[in-house]
Design a protein around this ligand. Structure first.
Ligand code: HEC
Length: 150
């Protein structure tokens, strides 16, 4: 666990969020073992972090980035973006948003820095997106490890 990164992130988050509770953020992060492969997938089934990320993604991101994070005419394919963005860059973009001022259509990535449903689940959203980007997770609703077959 890299505490320097934790504190830098907490500091950046504190700057941009001001008031959002960081206790949940840091403890969630402390539970994450490996940032380069921040997910566990066994026989196509995902851990609870990835499943939670899938759900939060569906609630907050899907309407622009598409049902499987593969993008839309409005917003980029995140399975592609995650191949060349660092975790910090992804988190920074989610917290602060971004506007592409160079395009004629002015597509906007909203800032989620004051949205606890996103901020408190950043690690899990990242884990879901990374699993999709790595090709470790297919399309659609994943099954959780331990979940019954139906
Ligand atoms: C209202 C539509 C919209 C929503 C909702 C939205 N995004 Fe975006 N997002 C965009 C657009 C448009 C861009 C591209 C902005 C640009 O061109 O700079 C973008 C860019 C990004 C990027 C950078 C991609 C790259 O290749 O540079 C990431 C990462 C991202 N979004 C993640 C998310 C996540 C995670 C969520 C949900 C928490 C989310 N977005 C919700 C519209 C949206």
């Amino acid at each position: 666990m890299n505490f320097d990164r934790v504190s830098r992130f907490a500091f950046a988050a504190a700057l941009s969020l001001g008031f959002v509770s960081l206790a949940g953020l840091t403890s969630n992060r402390a539970a994450r073992a490996d940032d380069t492969k921040p997910y566990v997938i066994e026989n196509g089934r995902v851990d609870k972090h990835v499943f939670n990320g899938y759900r939060r993604y569906g609630d907050n991101c899907l309407r622009c980035h598409g049902p499987n994070a593969t993008g839309s005419s409005y917003a980029p394919d995140l399975t592609d973006s995650l191949k060349h963005m660092t975790k910090e860059q992804v988190e920074e973009t989610i917290i602060n948003g971004r506007m592409d001022v160079n395009t004629a259509n002015q597509n906007v990535m909203p800032a989620f820095g004051t949205n606890p449903d996103v901020v408190e689940n950043l690690d899990d959203i990242y884990a879901y997106l990374k699993a999709r980007s790595d090709g470790a997770l297919g399309r659609g609703r994943p099954k959780q490890i331990g979940e019954d077959d139906d």
